[in-house]
Design a protein around this ligand. Structure first.
Ligand SMILES: *Cc1c(COP(=O)(O)O)cnc(C)c1O
Length: 394
């Protein structure tokens, strides 16, 4: 195994976090206790929703959002091919069909016009994803959902704290899900939280997450087919402790993203993350650049790995995953924007406690290696300085 000079990602765990988990371990409740309620309240208050339901992963949360809408076999759920596989798998769990719509080439989020074109008689929901922590086009999608009488669910797993036009993500939709795997902005180890303003929907989700028990939680009374999607107390205590410094964490991540932008904005062959005008606050989940098509990404990644710098292509489009090719006959060429972007992306090391020296190291190695992995010698850049503004291909 390569010993990396800088990790790709690393959670930020402080003494308060450790103390919070230890306190649970010294208590009689390791499940269904006060920490879950504290964590749920902290998320609901921060986001500004009436309800928050803690679950054991973001994926479980997405599944419950669709299950609670009564989505089932024969139904279609529109989502983006440019996301983590769970954004579409949640429809499969309910026996529904995920239908993909292509993305906006700048924000990398769903293109509402493509969503509208994908609506059929069978469409029951839209799952919008806030890709890399940038809020999706909630207002236009809400208009489409209202017009067709379907549910708008937000996969905000990468975007806690992000704001669009001054509004926190997770509000203004039927339900939204945040995830807390260790590579997210804040973590619970494994875990997720669903937010909604609909109290009945939240009650149904609580029952579904708790083996289908009735509202009173009567232990041996199972009124519907549920799951065990409960979050444990240790994870919830860590989550509540992390929530207490979420704003500081997000500010720090913004600073790290700024350091990258300062060093990379004029480098030929690299396009920086685009931040839309509507995005009044990014929740920086990862730092993903796009490479000029003349750069051989595979060689660049191998060269950087040899330098101790881990990187990742982010994402492999969902419709091109073997499961989706086999089950639905999907193949290349169906969603050209998502596919083009997916061929160009490269996630650089990015985490809350990343230092300016570490950003320097990554950028120095990247700029060096970029020169040696340029595929067309005739167009090899003369220098590392190009004249393209941010957001343009150089
Ligand atoms: C992280 C993530 C999820 C959920 O992940 P879990 O590992 O199940 O918590 C869902 N969708 C997206 C877009 C994600 O990034």
């Amino acid at each position: 195994m390569t010993d990396f000079a800088v990790p790709l990602s690393r959670p930020s765990i402080g003494q308060d976090d450790i103390a919070a988990v230890l306190e649970v371990l010294r208590s009689p409740n390791l499940s269904m206790g006060p920490a879950v309620r504290r964590f749920e309240r902290a998320v609901a208050e921060y986001v500004g929703t009436a309800e928050a339901v803690a679950v054991n992963s973001g994926t479980s949360g997405l599944h419950l959002c669709l299950a609670a809408e009564g989505i089932g076999p024969g139904d279609e759920v529109i989502t983006t091919p440019f996301s983590f596989v769970a954004s579409a798998n949640c429809a499969l769990y309910q026996g529904a069909r995920p239908v993909f719509a292509d993305i906006d080439p700048l924000t990398l989020n769903l293109d509402p016009r493509r969503v509208e074109a994908a609506v059929t008689r069978r469409t029951r929901a839209i799952v919008s994803v806030d890709v890399f922590g940038q809020p999706g086009p909630t207002e236009p999608l809400r208009a489409i959902a209202a017009r067709h009488g379907i549910a708008l669910v937000e996969d905000a797993c990468e975007a806690i704290g992000a704001e669009r036009n001054g509004r926190r993500v997770g509000t203004g939709v039927r339900s939204a899900v945040f995830a807390f795997y260790p590579n997210k902005a804040i973590t619970t180890g494994e875990g997720g939280v669903i937010v909604t303003d609909d109290r009945e929907l939240a009650a149904l989700m609580r029952s579904l997450a708790n083996q289908g028990r009735d509202d009173a939680g009567t232990w041996m009374n199972h009124v519907r087919l549920g799951f065990n999607y409960r979050l444990d107390e240790m994870s919830a205590a860590l989550g509540a402790s992390q929530m207490a410094r979420l704003d500081r964490i997000l500010d720090r991540r913004e600073q790290v993203a700024g350091w990258y932008a300062e060093r990379l904005w004029r480098v030929e062959g690299i396009r920086l993350p685009y931040v839309a005008r509507e995005t009044t606050r990014m929740s920086w989940f990862v730092y993903v650049i796009q490479l000029d098509e003349r750069v051989d990404r595979t060689s660049l990644m191998a060269a950087l790995e040899a330098d101790g710098i881990p990187t990742r292509p982010y994402f492999v489009p969902i419709h091109l995953q073997p499961l989706y090719r086999e089950r639905f006959g999907h193949g290349p060429g169906e969603f050209p924007v998502a596919e083009r972007v997916a061929r160009a992306t490269l996630a650089l090391p990015f985490f809350t406690e990343m230092t300016e020296d570490q950003v320097d190291l990554v950028c120095d190695r990247l700029i060096d290696r970029l020169r040696t992995t340029w595929t067309l010698s005739r167009s090899r850049p003369a220098s590392r300085i190009a004249l393209a503004p941010i957001g343009e291909w150089s």
